[in-house]
Design a protein around this ligand. Structure first.
Ligand SMILES: *Cc1c(COP(=O)(O)O)cnc(C)c1O
Length: 352
C-alpha cells in the first residue's frame, strides 16, 4: 500500500541510503539483506560475538556459517583486528553491529577486506539517528538493516528495513520479501495483467500498510528523542565517571550515539559480589535493568554446533560485567536521578 512507499522514502532520508525495502521485522531484514547480497551455503559471514542472536541466525538460515569476531573492550563494537584474523577464502560478508547506538568503524572493516570480494554490511538496529564522520550508517556500508520492534527507539509494532545505495540490491530485497515473485500486485494492476512468475525462492516478509504508517509517524519524533536520550546519557556519564565501581561504555571516536540502550560495565575488583547480585539488588530497588547481550556463540544452539567458550576474551569479560540501565525519552530528570541513586546505593553496599 501507499504507506509502505512513504515510510521507505522517509527512511531513505534518515538512513543516508537512497534505496530502502521495508519488511516485517529486523530479523527478516537481515535474512533479506544477506540473501540479496549473494550469501550462500558455502559462505562464511563474520559477525561480532556481542549482538542479538538474529545477526548470526540469519546467516544460518541460508546455510552459511556465522564466524564470531571479538569486540573492542570499551565500545563493544566489532574488533577489526579480530575480524582480520578470521578472514578466509570463504568469507563473503563482514557484518558490524552498531552496538548501543554508536556506528561501527566500517571504513576499517572495508580496508581489511579491500583485496577480496567481501561485502561490508551493518546491523544498524540500534543506530537509527546516529552519524559517523557526519553521515548516517547507510553511507558507510554496502547495505544496512534496521528494526521497528516494540523495544526499539523507532517502534512500529513490528517491522524492519534494509537500506542501500545500490538500487539492484534493494530490488532483489523487494522480490525476496514477496515470495520471489517478479511483479507485486500494484505493478500488475498498473499493467492490467494477472501474469506473474516466481523466479526464486522468497518469503512473505511484507510489512503491512498499518505498520508502515505507524513507522512514518514514529520517525517524525526521532531527532527529539535521540536528543533527549543523549541528555540522559550525559547525566549518567557525569555521575558514573565519579564512581570507581561503574564504567559507562565509551562512544566510538567519530560517531554520535542514538543511545538505543545505555550500558555500564561493573569494575568487579572494587566489589565483593558478581554482576548477578548487583542486577538483583537493582531490580529490588525497582530499577528496570537488563543485560545486552549473552555472547551469541554461548547459546546452546551454537554450542551444539561446536563453538567453544573462551575464544572471545573481550566479549566474555564484558558479559560478566555488563548491566543495561533504563533510558527512554519519556524519563524525567527525577527518574534519571532515581537510577543514579540506586546504582550508587547498591555498589556502595557491595564495595570490597
Ligand atoms: C532487535 C534486533 C534485531 C532483530 O530485530 P527484530 O525486529 O526483533 O526481528 C537484530 N539485531 C539487533 C542488534 C537488534 O537489536
Amino acid at each position: 500500500g501507499p504507506a509502505v512507499n512513504k515510510v521507505e522514502e522517509d527512511l531513505s532520508h534518515v538512513t543516508g541510503a537512497p534505496h530502502v525495502a521495508v519488511v516485517s521485522s529486523g530479523t527478516a531484514a537481515l535474512h533479506t539483506m544477506y540473501a540479496s547480497s549473494g550469501i550462500r551455503s558455502s559462505d562464511e559471514v563474520i559477525v561480532p560475538a556481542i549482538t542479538f542472536a538474529a545477526t548470526a541466525n540469519a546467516a544460518a538460515y541460508l546455510g552459511a556459517k556465522p564466524v564470531f569476531a571479538d569486540v573492542e573492550p570499551h565500545t563493544l563494537l566489532i574488533n577489526p583486528a579480530s575480524v582480520e584474523s578470521l578472514i578466509s577464502q570463504k568469507t563473503r560478508a563482514i557484518v558490524g553491529v552498531d552496538f548501543a547506538g554508536q556506528i561501527a568503524d566500517y571504513e576499517a572493516l572495508r580496508s581489511i577486506a579491500s583485496n577480496q570480494s567481501i561485502t561490508i554490511l551493518a546491523d544498524a538496529a540500534h543506530s537509527l539517528g546516529a552519524t559517523r564522520t557526519g553521515s548516517p550508517v547507510g553511507q558507510h556500508v554496502d547495505a544496512a538493516t534496521f528494526s521497528f520492534h516494540p523495544v526499539k527507539h523507532v517502534a512500529a509494532g513490528e517491522g524492519g528495513a534494509t537500506a542501500s545505495s545500490n538500487p539492484d540490491l534493494i530490488e532483489r530485497c523487494k522480490t525476496f520479501r514477496n515470495h520471489g515473485i517478479n511483479a507485486d500486485h500494484a505493478t500488475r494492476a498498473n499493467k492490467g495483467t494477472w501474469f506473474y512468475e516466481m523466479c526464486e525462492l522468497g518469503f512473505n516478509y511484507r510489512l503491512s500498510d498499518i505498520h508502515a504508517a505507524l513507522g512514518s509517524s514514529q520517525l517524525s519524533g526521532l531527532e527529539a528523542n535521540v536528543n533527549r536520550r543523549n541528555e540522559i546519557a550525559t547525566t549518567y556519564d557525569q555521575a558514573f565517571n565519579q564512581n570507581d565501581a561503574v564504567t559507562p561504555l565509551t562512544t566510538a571516536q567519530g560517531s554520535t550515539n542514538a543511545y538505543h540502550i545505555y550500558v555500564v560495565l561493573l569494575e568487579l575488583d572494587a566489589l565483593n559480589v558478581s554482576r548477578t547480585e548487583v542486577f538483583a539488588a537493582l531490580r529490588a530497588e525497582n530499577i528496570g535493568v537488563n543485560v545486552h547481550y549473552i555472547p551469541v556463540p554461548w547459546h546452546p544452539y551454537y554450542q551444539e554446533q561446536g563453538y567453544e567458550p573462551g575464544n572471545w576474551p573481550a566479549a566474555e569479560n564484558a558479559y560478566d560485567r555488563m548491566i543495561t540501565l533504563p533510558i527512554w525519552p519519556g524519563m524525567t530528570d527525577d527518574d534519571t536521578s532515581d537510577v543514579i541513586v540506586a546504582v550508587e546505593k547498591v555498589v556502595n553496599a557491595y564495595r570490597r
